[in-house]
Design a protein around this ligand. Structure first.
Ligand code: NAP
Length: 332
């Protein structure tokens, strides 16, 4: 089958003819119809994740899938051929930039019935990230104040909607040209990050979802109320993540050192910092699908590329300017 692969880190993504996926007893074979593109794909291609995700090359890239079930393993109970599904495969089994992929049953859900394949394919990684940040780690409650950075981006456009649904007052950062767009998603306060300094404008926040890191992360800690929390998805990774990921002692030590400054800064302010690396979850995708079908969450597909254009699409993503998500659509 056709697929787009990384043969050597930093080299352009290239098309290859690869073997058909092996379908294990707990796996579902999916005919890929749409695959969302993520910054993670580009970071993997560049080798930035090779310590944490030590993939064996050649690697089929791609972290999001929507498509139709072709076949199921002997122990699969939740899906049957013909079902329309979506998912983010486990981090060790990615490879959605391909005609077919075998995904563990637990990592898949029926796609939202009201969503197109492109819309469903845009959701898994970013919607799971938003869910795990705001529901699992953030425990957002009605009346709380939540800042979502980069509200017009892939993660941000879903996180703004989810935080609003959870009852929070939502602030977000975006370019001025995206102010109307993020207000439509539910943002109560919009800050143009190009001309305004959010640290000067916001205070007393319960939670920040930071997707930028660096100075943005430090400033985010300073707008929290005592006991507030910043969840970082662009790093630095923290010791809890290193422990849960089962990393070797040398890497764990390196990660502890990397995050020492920000954790110390948080402690001095009486707030906390947590790093989140999202994980696959079919259960959470089922809840997300309900919210989409109830009209609570709207998938935002800013641009659709053909399968042939996958390498260009990845390049396009890194240049910015897409509202919501870029998606590769396969016609098969
Ligand atoms: N740890 C995890 O599990 C995890 C999961 C998902 C994503 N991530 C990471 O999170 C980051 C965001 O991912 P994404 O998919 O949302 O990326 P994305 O869709 O490419 O985000 C682009 C958005 O960033 C905004 N932006 C750029 N500079 C900004 C600034 N200084 N302040 C506020 N907004 C700014 C842009 O806003 P305008 O267009 O309005 O200018 C644009 O909408 C990436 O680094 C990704 O790797 C991590």
């Amino acid at each position: 089958m056709r697929a787009f692969v990384v043969t050597k880190y930093k080299e352009p993504l290239r098309e290859a003819e690869v073997a058909e996926p092996t379908v294990g007893e707990g796996d579902v074979l999916v005919q890929v119809q749409a695959a969302g593109l993520n910054q993670l794909d580009e970071k993997i291609r560049l080798g930035e994740f090779k310590q944490i995700l030590p993939y064996k090359l050649q690697l089929i890239l791609g972290n999001d899938v929507a498509g139709t079930v072709l076949q199921v393993g002997s122990k699969v109970r939740g899906f049957k051929p013909g079902d329309e599904v979506y998912g983010r495969p486990d981090k060790d089994r990615i490879g959605t930039f391909a005609e077919r992929i075998a995904v563990a049953e637990d990592d898949l859900a029926l796609k939202p019935a009201s969503a197109s394949m492109e819309e469903a394919g845009s959701l898994p990684l970013v919607a799971l990230t938003a869910w795990q940040a705001l529901v699992e780690h953030g425990n957002v409650r009605p009346g709380q104040k939540v800042l979502i950075h980069a509200g017009a981006g892939g993660v941000g456009s879903i996180a703004v909607q989810l935080a609003k649904h959870l009852g929070a007052t939502v602030a977000t950062t975006a370019s001025g040209s995206n102010a109307g767009f993020v207000r439509d998603l539910g943002a109560d306060v919009v800050i143009d990050y190009r001309t305004q300094d959010f640290e000067q404008l916001l205070s007393g926040y319960d939670l920040v979802l930071d997707s930028l890191g660096g100075e943005n992360l430090e400033k985010s800690l300073r707008i929290l109320k005592p006991g507030g929390k910043t969840i970082g998805i662009s790093g630095p990774p923290d010791p809890a993540f290193a422990r849960e990921a089962g990393l070797n002692p040398a890497l764990r030590l390196a990660i502890t050192v990397l995050s020492t400054k920000i954790r110390r800064h948080a402690r001095k302010l009486g707030v906390s910092y947590e790093f989140l690396f999202m994980r696959a979850s079919g259960d959470q995708l089922r809840q997300i699908a309900s919210l989409v079908d109830d009209g609570v969450l709207r998938p935002i597909v800013g641009k659709v590329f053909s399968f042939d254009q996958t390498p260009e699409a990845l390049q396009y993503l890194t240049e910015g300017g897409i509202r919501g998500k870029a998606v590769v659509a396969l016609s098969n």
